[in-house]
Design a protein around this ligand. Structure first.
Ligand code: SF4
Length: 390
């Protein structure tokens, strides 16, 4: 079995350095039951002062987010880190691909730390460089490679961003995916787009914003020989979607939307575009995490909302807006398990090591990958119009 065919490892177990899910952390963590953890985190932050900048993704736990100097989505956080050159240590409370992006966008003297190396992203793991290169070769065999522009979602590993950079492609976020697709279409006559790694964001954007039909889209399955597609299917497609998805947003289902509309007449359904096409078609509003936050902030008191995104964020919005009724768009509890790997014991452990002069869990991207990934990121920054939030 080759490395690209390996099934997903249980989180935090074993070693697979090519994968986003990372490895186990070295050293002893404080016990989660330690009543002094909050005080220890405060003391370590105070000791590090301006040398430290803590970033907290919107999907992080409350126990962690309370120590974030800034909160936001992955791209905003990486840019915030780049805007704080005096901060020697960037502790990224998020997942591995986000820490990689921060390393790419910050200066070489800044060190990016992920408190738990097992905080990967199952979606990013679904597109490995070897698999994408195999697909790229198959596109050459089908005679279409010259017309394909690769576009990768921010939620991908640095080497996938670098692949896009060196092959004339671009990075996008969920806010600017339509602008990135428009840009890609303009790059070559009759351009086709290879969209990585989230098939749902790619499909929702192509069909609902770019005027493509579902028949214009095909799905490349890296687990199937030839992606499960014939040369003719590749030649006929306008949008080649990578078969990846978010394990959190992919759970929301259209029948729950129907149930909620019966239970709460007048309810507003607000979802992230990583949800399936069926769910997005039934929603009232679709947008990025920043869009979801702003929509709820601007909503009238007394309105009722069901939100389809990660539960930590939904819970915080509910707590912050007691004048509105906010429910979660799933029957079950649904946290991002890898985001939740970052807990207070890991944060305290990382911070106290920094105070003691030891940098643990540093995330580094090699210079060649970084240079190619920067090309794709810069093309995104040069896109007209919209913000670059995801
Ligand atoms: S919420 Fe989805 S895309 Fe985001 S880190 Fe978790 S698995 Fe990855």
């Amino acid at each position: 079995m080759s490395i690209v065919d390996l099934p997903l490892l249980p989180l935090g177990k074993g070693r697979d350095l090519d994968a986003e899910r990372g490895v186990e952390c070295p050293g002893d963590l404080p016990a989660a039951s330690d009543p002094g953890l909050v005080e220890r985190a405060r003391a370590a932050k105070a000791a590090l002062g301006e040398r430290l900048f803590v970033l907290g993704h919107h999907y992080q736990r409350d126990e962690v987010i309370q120590f974030a100097d800034v909160t936001g989505d992955s791209f905003k956080l990486a840019r915030d880190a780049a805007g704080r050159p005096a901060a020697e240590f960037i502790v990224f409370c998020g997942v591995h691909f986000m820490a990689e992006s921060a390393d790419i966008l910050t200066s070489p003297t800044q060190r990016v730390i992920l408190p738990d190396l097992a905080a990967g992203c199952s979606m990013a793991d679904m597109a490995r460089l070897r698999q994408v290169e195999d697909a790229w070769d198959a596109m050459a065999d089908a005679g279409i490679q010259d017309s394909v522009v690769p576009v990768t979602y921010m939620n991908s590993s640095a080497d996938i961003k670098a692949f896009c950079g060196r092959n004339g492609g671009v990075v996008c976020t969920s806010s600017n995916a339509d602008v990135a697709l428009e840009w890609a279409q303009e790059q070559r006559p009759g351009a086709k787009i290879l969209f990585l790694p989230d098939q749902h964001l790619g499909r929702n954007t192509a069909v609902l914003k770019m005027g493509m039909s579902l028949e214009d889209c095909v799905v490349w399955d890296p687990q199937q020989p030839g992606g499960g597609l014939s040369a003719e299917e590749l030649q006929d497609a306008r949008m080649i979607l990578w078969k990846g998805h978010c394990s959190v947003h992919g759970r929301f289902s259209a029948d729950v939307v129907d149930e909620l509309r019966i239970k709460h007449p007048g309810i507003n359904i607000l979802v992230h575009p990583e949800c399936t096409h069926e769910v997005v078609l039934k929603a009232d509003l679709v947008g990025s995490t920043e869009f979801i936050i702003k929509t709820i902030e601007a909503a009238e008191p007394g309105t009722v909302w069901a939100i389809g995104t990660e539960l930590n964020l939904v819970q915080r919005l509910k707590d912050a807006h007691p004048d509105k009724t906010i429910v979660f768009l799933d029957r079950n509890v649904c946290y991002c398990s890898t985001m939740n790997r970052i807990d207070l014991p890991h944060l305290v452990w990382a911070l106290e090591n920094l105070v003691a002069g030891t940098v643990v869990n540093q995330i580094t991207v090699d210079p060649e990958t970084e240079a190619d990934a920067l090309l794709a990121l810069q093309r995104m920054l040069d896109l007209p119009g919209k913000s670059h939030r995801d």
